[in-house]
Design a protein around this ligand. Structure first.
Ligand code: IVH
Length: 666
């Protein structure tokens, strides 16, 4: 192919693939098979790799994500991103209608729309090309999540046709479909990962990830409902929606023009039932004055437009009989009660269980077995019991009293001050706690061992692993006994276990599952103490010196290292050669700040975390509060006066951001 032919072929492939994407994701039509689509995509990827100079900004290959970002940039919204006032009754809506009619003379037309339950997004287009996508944030500024939004196939990277303005923003809601969510959660469950409570959380959790490649694998979708810009040609909202659809946006065809509160209510009543059949969740209806001149006349309050309002559906409720209570023990030993109910239909699904959260909830509901209880579907996976119908209680009904002993290992439960949950303290012998700890240890963010929940369970049930240290004594003769394991899977798992020995100290520390030691705390501890021996022997006061380590964490660490069983497991892991000290890259960073302690306070041109990282790279240490042992106070803008005073009193060298750069560039 000569250059001209290459360019033509690339253009052809991009157009073809974008057309199929639009048909599939926006119009639910598929005109080619997945196989054909993938072959075209592969051909395009190949050509773009060979001839990057001809790659297009709207190429569908852009949708698979690129490098992992360190953090999101905060961006100021060009037009403030407001929310909507809520109403819950016909009376509220009548009040809204009256307020509108008081202000506006003549006919009023409203547009009723679905209120999508996801997260709001504002997307900028310049000359028809998507340039930036920003979350709502606090309404005046949000996170730049462009890389993630580009992965959503139903949002055009380049507009299709028509007379769009050179510069405008379109707003809408990023959602996860119910069917996509169900599959996605199922997959997570199999991998032993925490399931999301509902599609909204899954959508917003996904959009806030820093790895766009991962986002591209999640079933996200978006409905657009609001065009904003300085030179828009529309006279009303309905027209803007219809036109945006022609430009290639996914705009729902459920919007309706109405003229009265009665008609608004017809729309509400219809969707209150029909919403169960939608493949995405809505939590209400939005009502907007259609005419733009009228909208302008009505204006805005500080928080929301006066020309629009939302109506929130009441959570659906049903009555069911309480049959019994189950108790589940989690990884941390917390015991959660769950109610078994007579099966009832609720919001499109059959409900047999309801969560009760903790002992206080059972007590405040005064639950008795055989009670008829009111069940409501909120945002959680399983619905909750909100009330008991006392008139139906049988005379001899037995009151529910919380367990005194662990349902799994019979150890007496304890409840610590200030905690809502009862815990089983038998950390090393209680099966769900052992399994939970192992699942945490092998997880993707910890030791990254290729072992799902089912494998952990099977290994435990067969008696092959009883603690995280046992993982490293596993051999092929044991693994081959597991259901579904063949030679290949056995060797893959053994390789993955072996590879985990290269996982850095900070992750090993996180993997141990020490209470309150999450990912960030583990990193800070690892960087401060550098090896397990120093951490093990650290005193309470020394632990408190570390940036972000408070009393709760310090206490938890002290008691962890005082437990002989933990020390035994640690020693075994050390003998298996896991990393128990940090590996510093001595060549890239000279140790100019060796053994110097810094307190970093105030605002800088770079993020505080970046500055702290630089201090560590050059061998220095970060501490959170000033003491006589502090070497430098790195003072930024708007630093608290108390810190400055203390530093002066203790004669500590105070340096600026510039001084700091001079120190490390020396
Ligand atoms: S219009 C100035 N339309 O609801 C008007 N919002 O509580 C901007 N939402 O932040 C909003 N569906 O995230 C509008 N059809 C719809 C919507 C909708 C869902 C969300 C949106 C907004 C929130 C307000």
């Amino acid at each position: 192919m000569d250059q001209k032919e290459i360019v033509q072929r690339i253009d052809f492939l991009i157009n073809e693939l974008n057309k199929h994407n639009h048909n599939y994701y926006n119009l639910s039509k598929s005109l080619i098979s997945d196989y054909e689509f993938d072959s075209l995509l592969l051909e395009l990827q190949g050509l773009e790799k060979m001839y990057p100079q001809f790659a297009h900004i709207d190429s569908p290959t852009q949708r698979v994500g690129g490098d992992i970002q360190k953090s999101f940039t905060t961006v100021k919204h060009r037009y403030r991103m407001l929310s909507l006032g809520n109403t819950y009754s016909k009376e509220d809506l009548q009040d809204f209608d009256q307020r509108v009619r008081k202000e506006i003379e003549g006919n009023i037309e409203y547009i009723c729309e679905l209120k999508y339950d996801g997260l709001a997004i504002g997307i900028q287009y310049q000359n028809g090309i998507m340039t930036q996508a920003v979350t709502r944030g606090d309404g005046s500024q949000g996170d730049d999540v462009t890389a993630n939004v580009k992965t959503i196939r139903s949002i055009p990277l380049k507009l299709r046709e028509g007379d769009y303005p050179a510069d405008f923003e379109i707003r809408g809601e990023i959602i996860m479909t119910r069917s996509g969510f169900a599959k996605f959660n199922e997959k997570r469950k199999k991998l032993g990962k925490q399931e999301f409570a509902n599609p909204r959380n899954a959508a917003s959790g996904s959009i806030k990830m820093l790895d766009a490649k991962e986002v591209s694998k999640r079933p996200l979708d978006a409905y657009l409902y609001y065009v904003v810009g300085d030179d828009l040609d529309f006279t009303n909202h309905y027209q803007s929606l219809e036109t945006a659809r022609q430009w290639g946006f996914k705009v729902s065809d459920t919007a309706r023009k109405v003229n009265s509160v009665e008609q608004i209510f017809d729309y509400i009543n219809y969707w209150d039932k029909a919403r169960n059949e939608l493949d995405f969740e809505i939590d209400g209806i939005v009502i907007k004055v259609n005419n733009f001149a009228q909208q302008k006349q009505l204006g805005f309050t500080a928080k929301s437009p006066r020309w629009a309002i939302s109506y929130k559906f009441k959570a659906e409720q049903v009555v069911a009989e309480l049959l019994s209570i189950d108790y589940q023990v989690g990884r941390t030993g917390a015991v959660t009660p769950v109610a078994n109910l007579s099966p009832v239909q609720l919001a499109g699904t059959t409900v047999k269980r309801a969560s009760l959260h903790n002992a206080d909830v059972i007590k405040s509901l005064d639950l008795h077995i055989g009670d008829f209880v009111k069940v409501e579907k909120g945002g959680e996976i399983i619905p909750k019991i909100i009330a008991v119908d006392l008139s139906k209680r049988k005379d001899n009904a037995e009151e529910v009293s919380f367990l005194t002993n662990c349902p799994e290992c019979n150890t007496e439960l304890v409840r610590e001050e200030g905690e809502a949950a009862y815990y089983c303290p038998n950390v090393y012998q209680c099966p769900p706690q052992i399994k939970g700890n192992i699942e945490h240890f092998v997880g993707r963010k910890t030791m990254d061992i290729n072992m799902g929940e089912a494998t952990v369970s099977a290994l435990f049930d067969k008696g092959f692993v009883n603690s995280v240290a046992d993982i490293y004594s596993l051999g092929a003769e044991q693994l081959i006994q597991l259901e579904g394991f063949k030679q290949k899977s056995v060797s893959n798992l053994l390789i993955s276990i072996e590879k985990s020995k290269d996982i850095p100290f900070e992750k090993v520390l996180f993997a141990l599952g020490i209470r309150y030691v999450g990912e960030t705390v583990a990193r800070k501890l690892a960087q401060y103490f550098e090896n397990i021996e120093l951490l093990k022997s650290a005193t309470y006061m020394e632990l408190l010196m570390v940036d972000d380590i408070g009393e709760r964490i310090a206490e938890s660490l002290i008691s962890y290292f005082l437990d002989a069983k933990n020390i035994e497991i640690l020693e075994r892991l050390q003998n298996y050669n896991l990393n128990f000290e940090i590996i510093r890259d001595n060549e890239t960073f000279p140790k100019l700040l060796q053994n110097k302690t810094f307190v970093v306070s105030g605002k800088f041109t770079q993020s505080r975390d970046d500055i702290k990282q630089m201090i560590m790279n050059f061998g220095g240490k970060n501490v959170s509060s000033i003491s006589s042992k502090t070497d430098y106070l790195l003072a930024g803008d708007k630093m608290g006066p108390a810190k400055l005073k203390k530093a002066e009193k203790l004669n500590i060298t105070i340096i600026s951001e510039d001084d700091f750069y001079k120190m490390i560039n020396n």
